[in-house]
Ligand binder design. Structure first.
Ligand code: FES
Length: 73
């Protein structure tokens, strides 16, 4: 499903950007950055944030993911 129509970013793109040990995007701005795109109208920010949370399992998982990422470094 397309989440950002300005940049044609799909939920799959967000999940790829959020992969631990990969681009490891945790915020919508990091998703844009890791995909080499820039926000335009900004209407997609909530949808991208929701996709990140769905992929990462929310804040508790973010903390765990951060610890996992440190292990990857
Ligand atoms: S819909 Fe994403 S920047 Fe416009």
């Amino acid at each position: 499903m397309i989440l950002c129509s300005c940049n044609v970013i799909s939920d799959r793109d967000v999940h790829v950007a959020a992969k631990p040990c990969g681009a490891r995007a945790k915020r919508p701005s990091e998703v844009f950055c890791s995909l080499g795109r820039a926000p335009k109208c900004g209407k997609c920010v909530r949808a991208i944030r929701a996709a990140l949370e769905a992929h990462c399992g929310g804040e508790a998982s973010h903390a765990r993911e951060t610890a996992d990422l440190r292990a990857c470094a």
